[in-house]
Each structure stands twice: as C-alpha cells, then as structure tokens.
Ligand binder design. Structure first.
Ligand code: GDP
Ligand code: ZN
Length: 452
C-alpha cells in the first residue's frame, strides 16, 4: 500500500499544524529531520513513542522549521502502519513546503478518511468504531459526544456480536435438522428457537427505536413559538438566545418572516423558530405568514404557545390554543412582571408563567422542554444508540428477515429458514465490517474530513 501524508490539524494559521505520514515509507522522512547539534537520526536508532525535537530541512538542506516529532511502529499505531507525526509552527506556507518535500519521496496526499480506513483494513477498528470517529468529531452536543465515544470504545459492536451469537445458536439448531429432512423440529427446539428469535427481535427493535428517539440529537429539536401579535414571541426567542437577533418591535405583527436560531438546551440542539403573529381573521398581509405558521406548527416537535398575561385572554388566544390542542405544546403566560390577576378559567390553561423581558422562570422552561422529549432518557443512556442511516437500514432489513423466519418456524420450512439465517448473518457481518465492499467503504469514508 502506498504511503500517505496529510495534516491532521486544520491547515490554517494556528499554534501548530501536525502532519501525519503513514505507510512503509513513513520513516524515509528521517532524512529531512535533523536533531539538535546537527546529527541525523538513523533509521535503525529510532525510539518509538519518544518525543523528539529538531529541524525539518528541505531537499537542499536549508531549515524549513523547528519541529517536534514522534514515531509509531507498525502495528502499534492508529493506522496499524508505520506512522510519523511532525508538528510544525502553525504557518500553512511552511507546511505546504514541507508537504512538497515529502511528496518527492513518493509519498502521496491522503484522501479524507484514509487513515481511519486503513485502521479498519488493518483490524485496528471495526466498521462501527470507524464510523463513530466521524460522529465523534461532528457531534455538537455533550450527549452526541458521549454516544459516539461509547461506540468508538466498541459498545455497539459488542451488542451486535451478542445478536450474532444468538443467530448462530438458532442456525445450529436449524442446520442439525436440515440434514435430516424426515425429522420434525422437537417441541423443545421449537421453543428454544422461538424464544431466541423473540429476544433478538426485541433487541433489534429497541435499537431501531433508539434511532427514532434520537432524531433530535442529529437534526435538532424543532420548537415553534406561536401566539397572537405582541405577546412577546420575538422577545422570548431573543432572551433564549441571550442576544438580540430577532426583530423586536412595539408594532403588532412585524415579524413577517420566520426567524430560526439554534440554541442548546441541556445538550440538545434546539431549532427555535419565531412565527408571524397568528391572527384568526382579517389582516391580508399577515395571512400568508399564518398559513406558513400552520405548516411550521405541524412540523414542530414542541410548540410554545405564548399568551400575554398583561391582558385578558381573548378569542384570538383561544383560537390559537384550539389550533395547537393536539400538538406537543407548552402554554406559556408571558409578561408575568405585568400580570394582572388573570381570570380563572384562562389561568388554568397556562402551564408556566415567564417574563421574556426579565428572563424569569427560564430554567423551568428549559426543564419543561427537556422533559417533553427526554422523559425516558435514563433507559436510553444505558442502552445502545443507533446514530447512522446505514446501521438503521441494516437493522430494519435484519428485523424483516427474522420476522419471516419466525413465521416459517411455525410452518417448519427448515430449508428456507436456513437460507434466511444465512442472509441474516451476512447482514450482521456488514454491520461491523467482517464483510464489506469497496462501495460500502467509500460511502463511509468519503464523509470524513481530511486527515482523519
Ligand atoms: P411578538 O409580536 O409576539 O413577537 O412580541 P414582541 O416580542 O415583539 O414584544 C412585544 C412587546 O412586548 C415589546 O414591547 C416587548 O418589549 C414587550 N414584552 C415582551 N415580553 C415582555 C415581558 O415579559 N414583560 C414586559 N414588561 N414586556 C414584554
Ligand atoms: Zn415578533
């Protein structure tokens, strides 16, 4: 395999830029590394995992930079190959020159994800672990990082191996009969296989469920703020953002367009959207905005219905309450600081009183939002989380096959079951990458950033 090189830090002006060289020719670079005192480092004398300081020289011997470098010997490296990492001062110009010196040795630029791909091909990581490297880097929330890290440590792979072991157990029972077509499955074996299948199907559907439940971890939780004009929607959005970005105005109904901002509530990315004031009737200019607002309400995970506590609840408020009745909503009384004693029946509708202006009860509001989507979080935290489209597609496939196996147990089509079980085991192998195609690998690794 060719030797490859790439910056593993961004190639921008910064404190340091680190180049990683991986492959058989990695240690050829010692020719360009001079130790303090002008000594050359001999290839045979390299101390691995030892931090050296020295100079990086170009082809005609002039010093390009003072560098820090260290070597890893195959297979004890990230990629499983010989690896050299050189840390330069963070000037991209210096590093580009160094790269061209390295290219002259027949070492080529690495493609995005190529280091991790090699780690996979050399058995340092299985496929789910390799995929978690990308999600770990991309995760925007504490939880995303937590799950990716667990996956990197192999927790999902372990779960998949458990599933595989159960499938192997089932298969061995079936295979024992396939060779003796005159025998029927014993009651004991039918029970065993059926029970195992149910357990596995249960595990798989939990995994598929975890993907759905964590949709908002990937895509963000969609929250729409609705209410009639002037109740304080934009102020609420602004205060939640803790900066003034939506347009706040004294004139009712000036938020024509939808303003969307992303905030983080307890580690969940939240897409917060302000809508034009909803009005039941009349205003032509606003009506288009209202139609759009209806769509946004349909689409939202949570709707914040804002009511102005400084005024009596009126027909317009009631209309909006009606419109959102079947949604996962939180009815907020805003302008708590100006609140008159709001009359009885209306008050009972309000779930939380806040002041967008003075940011009172925001902590409670965030708790409330969080608990609306994460009530069963502790259970999910303990279980495995499926985070990629590829995994969920494989699991759905597996689920369907095993359901049909379950049906066939009843009708005792053992030869067909044997074929199904073979397919099921193939899917499991694709999961961790025991079986893979170039296409699968390309799909996974092309999404990586350069240097990973
Ligand atoms: P929107 O039309 O629903 O988006 O309402 P705005 O956010 O533009 O607010 C309308 C007016 O109410 C502005 O003058 C805000 O300063 C004021 N306002 C909003 N929230 C509060 C609050 O909690 N207390 C007080 N006293 N005024 C508020
Ligand atoms: Zn507004």
């Amino acid at each position: 395999m060719e030797t490859i090189v790439a910056p593993i830090t961004p190639l921008v002006t910064s404190a340091v830029i680190i180049l990683r060289v991986s492959g058989e020719k990695a240690f050829d670079c010692v020719d360009n590394l001079i130790l303090p005192g002008g000594r050359h480092l001999e290839r045979g004398n390299i101390k691995f995992r030892h931090v050296y300081t020295g100079s990086f020289i170009d082809s005609d011997g002039s010093v390009l930079d003072e560098v820090v470098f260290y070597f890893f010997k195959s297979p004890a490296s990230y990629t499983g190959e010989n690896v050299l990492e050189i840390s330069f001062h963070g000037n991209p110009q210096i590093v580009r020159k160094a790269l061209s010196v390295i290219y002259e040795k027949g070492i080529r630029a690495a493609e995005p994800g190529e280091f991790t791909k090699r780690a996979f091909l050399n058995g340092k990581l299985d496929l789910t672990q390799a995929e978690s490297v990308a999600s770990l880097i991309e995760s925007k929330t504490d939880k995303g990082i937590y799950y990716s890290f667990r996956q990197l440590k192999g927790s999902l792979s372990k779960k998949v191996i458990d599933i595989k072991n159960s499938l192997v157990d089932i298969s061995s029972v079936i295979e024992a009969y396939v060779d003796f077509p005159e025998d029927d499955l014993s009651d004991h074996d039918v029970d065993f296989v059926t029970q195992k299948l149910s357990d596995v199907l249960d595990d798989i559907s939990k995994l598929i469920e975890s993907y759905k439940k964590h949709r908002y971890q990937r895509e963000g939780l969609k929250i729409v703020i609705v209410g009639k004009p002037n109740v304080g929607k934009s102020s609420l959005l602004n205060s939640l953002l803790e900066e003034e970005r939506a347009i706040v105005s004294e004139i009712p109904g000036t938020t024509r367009d939808f303003i969307e901002e992303v905030i983080s509530i307890k580690g969940i990315p939240v897409r917060l959207m302000d809508t034009a004031g909803l009005r039941g009737d009349g205003d032509v200019i606003e009506s288009r905005g209202i139609e759009k607002a209806r769509d946004k309400i349909e689409d939202a995970d949570i709707v914040l219905v804002v009511i102005d506590l400084s005024n009596e609840i009126d027909a317009e408020d009631r209309k909006i309450l009606e419109m959102t009745e079947n949604k996962n909503r939180i009815v907020l009384g805003n302008k708590d600081d100006l609140a008159n004693d709001v009359s009885g029946s209306a008050k009972s509708l309000i779930e939380l009183s806040v002041s967008a202006k003075y940011r009172t009860n925001f902590k409670l509001l965030e708790d409330m939002i969080y608990s609306r989507v994460c009530s069963d979080d502790s259970e999910l935290y303990a279980g495995e989380i499926i985070t990629t489209e590829r995994h969920v597609a494989l699991l759905k496939n597996l689920y369907d096959i095993l359901i049909s196996v379950k049906d066939k147990i009843i009708s005792e089509h053992l030869d067909l079951i044997s074929i199904d079980m073979g397919m099921a085991l193939d899917i499991v192998s694709e999961f961790t990458g025991e079986k893979y195609t170039e296409e699968i690998l390309d799909n996974i690794f092309e999404k990586f950033c350069l240097g990973k």
